[in-house]
Write a protein that binds this ligand. Structure first.
Ligand SMILES: *[C@@H]1O[C@H](CO)[C@@H](O)[C@H](O)[C@H]1NC(C)=O
Ligand SMILES: *[C@@H]1O[C@H](CO)[C@@H](O)[C@H](O)[C@H]1NC(C)=O
Ligand SMILES: *[C@@H]1O[C@H](CO)[C@@H](O)[C@H](O)[C@H]1NC(C)=O
Ligand SMILES: *[C@@H]1O[C@H](CO)[C@@H](O)[C@H](O)[C@H]1NC(C)=O
Ligand SMILES: *[C@@H]1O[C@H](CO)[C@@H](O)[C@H](O)[C@H]1NC(C)=O
Ligand SMILES: *[C@@H]1O[C@H](CO)[C@@H](O)[C@H](O)[C@H]1NC(C)=O
Ligand SMILES: *[C@@H]1O[C@H](CO)[C@@H](O)[C@H](O)[C@H]1NC(C)=O
Ligand SMILES: *[C@@H]1O[C@H](CO)[C@@H](O)[C@H](O)[C@H]1NC(C)=O
Ligand SMILES: *[C@@H]1O[C@H](CO)[C@@H](O)[C@H](O)[C@H]1NC(C)=O
Ligand SMILES: [Cu+2]
Length: 601
């Protein structure tokens, strides 16, 4: 019964030792069957939803820093393949566990199994989600917390509270994507969510006690909408963004794009006479049209006393959120200077020859290669440093090891976009105001001495951002907009970081090859699967051809279709809606417009 002295000393020693020195970190194992379930989180509509072990919402992964995580996936969906990405984890030394289908693995087809095996040595607030065309908004996304026994804020709070935010669609993604990327939607208007959720429900209550401090951890797991978040009568003290501890910063409202995370400290009042509302409100700027009856606001309450009423939140005239560029990382990491390599990404939205709207970096819209990019890097020897072999539609960049890399992103689009880098966080060096056009490297506002770091940052409409990081993590890492619609319409670039180093250090477990065989996906050679002539990309996956000359402005495409509908009536429009339109149809439409005396610029 009595605790022996040696046992006692051993446990005390464990508490005193820095975590990294502990003999064996734990291995935590999860068995996940991916299954269809039915869910109705907004109380308005029950729908088929992708769950884990017949449950949805998905499980919280609450891991301790240093732990080895094993997740055994068995895809029991029956009709769709999938994969998982652990958003914000660097996967240092295990790029093969990063998850994006076509980049670091083949999709896991129905009936197949796949094991993710990685060690977490970062603290903070993360999430996990499927990383294959449109899967995560259908349900496959959940929170991931990394508990840090060495947190600089340990001891400054009594308890932890997790709140997730999300938008929610009633229709399933395959159907919505088909409507979104279609000749019938030439302007590329994104489907607007039906509801917003907090913690995968609404009207959530957080029971609090007076005079205590709570660490709130927040994740936006949504597919599209950014959200403003505020708590009436209380101040938030931000201490972490995207896994990076910050100097404490007070805020009355925060703004979370899809995929961003915040942790803040909140100290409760000393009396319990009232309860207080908190609100998450979807940013309408991103919606082309706000549907009648949409409620963008989700309310929850800090409940001091459950017998006291829960007040309706006051309506605000304007949103005034904390600017994350004012955050300072707690480790004081200085601005990276002496940039070795600049990746310039000019982004725009435009139409291709099928009449649908796509997203482009440097005039190329991403199309998944036949061979996942990592497998190309591992199977092509010395040629792996030649960017050509990764294909003409992947926006590939090959980086050398241990260089300072700068990403310049010029947003030639009137929308806000949240950009995410896999495998790293980055110093957010500059975010211009809107309508400032492209970045001018010789004329810009001063960079901060200690820039904010995170893994997802938004660019303003028709503005630009400049990001920096060190290429110290060999692997294949995507850089993409985290609006799932824009991922599907091609706003993705591929970074192949230190490929020759990868060839020495990365080995692919046999179950990863097996899912490629199960799904008949080639896993060697260049992007087209050619293992003999690596520079021959015949047969690679390509985007549709460009529009014929004179049809490049998306406004004209819209005009063409409104005129066709006026001339020929709705029967034709619905026919166009089901069959992809070809060049000849567009040309005859052009001729008709000319004949009708309409001006075509
Ligand atoms: C939350 O409360 C509002 C207002 O009472 C109600 O309209 C809504 O249906 C509730 N949501 C859920 C999921 O119960
Ligand atoms: C797959 O099955 C689910 C559940 O039966 C169904 O709701 C969904 O529409 C199907 N999806 C496809 C792409 O067939
Ligand atoms: C996963 O599915 C298999 C086969 O149906 C079943 O044997 C196993 O118990 C399931 N695992 C979990 C964790 O539900
Ligand atoms: C996980 O990876 C480690 C390191 O490669 C290996 O030793 C271990 O056997 C793997 N575990 C599983 C369950 O695959
Ligand atoms: C996560 O685990 C830690 C350590 O066990 C615990 O203190 C914390 O409350 C947990 N967080 C949540 C949201 O459950
Ligand atoms: C929100 O959901 C998470 C699980 O994802 C749970 O740990 C947490 O306690 C919930 N928060 C509240 C306030 O209900
Ligand atoms: C949502 O909240 C905002 C800010 O208070 C307010 O302007 C807007 O009218 C609210 N929307 C609805 C539908 O209540
Ligand atoms: C530098 O940029 C500012 C702000 O955009 C502009 O007003 C100014 O004319 C520019 N100066 C030069 C030398 O281009
Ligand atoms: C990856 O690990 C190496 C070796 O420990 C380290 O030098 C590098 O900074 C790490 N990079 C990231 C992004 O974690
Ligand atoms: Cu976007």
């Amino acid at each position: 019964m009595a605790l022996s002295l040696s046992n006692f000393l051993y446990s005390s020693l464990l508490l005193l030792l820095p975590f990294g020195l502990m003999a064996d970190a734990a291995t935590v194992t999860f068995d996940w069957n991916v299954t269809w379930v039915r869910a109705n989180p907004d109380g308005k509509f029950e729908r088929p939803t992708m769950g884990i072990n017949n449950q949805w919402p998905l499980p919280l992964l609450n891991i301790t820093k240093g732990d080895n995580v094993i997740i055994n996936i068995n895809n029991q969906l029956g009709n769709q393949s999938t994969s998982f990405h652990f958003h914000g984890l660097f996967m240092n030394g295990t790029t093969e566990m990063d998850g994006p289908v076509g980049a670091t693995q083949c999709g896991i087809p129905p009936g197949s199994s796949f094991t993710y095996n990685f060690t977490i040595d970062q603290p903070g607030t993360y999430w996990y989600h499927a990383h294959q065309r449109g899967r995560y908004p259908d349900g496959l996304r959940g929170p991931l917390l990394v508990n840090d026994l060495e947190s600089p804020y340990l001891g400054q709070y009594d308890e932890e509270v997790l709140l997730t935010l999300s938008d929610w669609y009633h229709d399933e993604m395959p159907e919505l994507i088909a409507k979104f990327i279609s000749v019938a939607n030439p302007t590329g208007a994104e489907p607007v969510p039906n509801s917003a959720l907090i913690n995968d429900t609404q009207n959530v209550t957080v029971s609090v006690q007076p005079g205590r401090t709570y660490l709130f951890r927040m994740v936006n797991m949504g597919a599209f909408a950014s959200q403003y978040f505020w708590i009436e009568g209380h101040t938030m003290t931000i201490v972490e963004v995207d896994g990076v501890y910050t100097e404490p910063a007070e805020a009355s409202m925060i703004y979370l794009t899809a995929a961003q995370r915040y942790s803040f400290l909140l100290t409760t009042k000393n009396e319990i006479s009232s309860n207080f509302a908190f609100v998450a409100s979807m940013d309408h700027d991103l919606f082309d049209k706000v549907p009648e009856g949409l409620n963008s606001n989700t309310t929850g309450w800090l409940v001091y006393d459950s017998n006291v009423e829960r007040p309706t939140p006051a309506l605000l005239d304007a949103f005034d959120a904390f600017d994350d560029f004012n955050l300072v990382p707690q480790d004081g990491q200085k601005l990276l200077t002496n940039v070795d390599y600049v990746m310039t990404l000019d982004m725009k939205m435009d139409n291709l020859g099928d009449g649908a709207n796509y997203a482009f970096f440097n005039d190329v819209t991403y199309v998944r290669p036949k061979v996942p990019t990592l497998y190309t890097a591992l199977s092509t020897g010395a040629s792996a440093t030649d960017v050509t072999i990764y294909g003409g539609n992947t926006n590939a960049f090959v980086l050398a090891k241990d260089e300072v890399i700068e990403i310049v992103l010029n947003n030639d689009d009137p929308g806000k976009h949240p950009f995410h880098l896999h495998g790293h966080n980055f110093q957010a060096v500059l975010r211009s105001d809107e309508d400032t056009g492209f970045y001018d490297p010789v004329n810009h506002t001063a960079f901060p001495a200690v820039p904010m770091r995170r893994d997802t940052v938004w660019v303003k409409p028709n503005g630009h951002i400049v990001l920096r990081f060190t290429s110290d993590n060999p692997g294949v890492w995507l850089f993409h907009c985290h609006i799932e619609w824009h991922v599907n319409s091609g706003l993705v670039a591929t970074i192949i970081e230190a490929p020759l180093e990868m060839q020495k250090t990365i080995s692919i477990p046999s179950d990863h090859w097996q899912v490629c065989r199960d799904s008949q996906t080639p896993y060697a050679g260049n992007a087209a699967g050619n293992t003999v002539d690596l520079l021959d990309l015949t047969g690679e996956n390509k985007s549709p051809a460009p529009l014929p000359a004179g049809f490049t402005a998306k406004g004209i495409v819209a005009l063409v279709f409104s005129i066709i509908s006026a001339l020929l009536g709705m029967v034709v429009i619905s026919w166009y809606g089901v069959a992809p339109i070809g060049t000849s149809e567009l040309q005859s439409a052009e001729k008709r417009i000319a004949e009708a005396g309409t001006e075509v610029k």
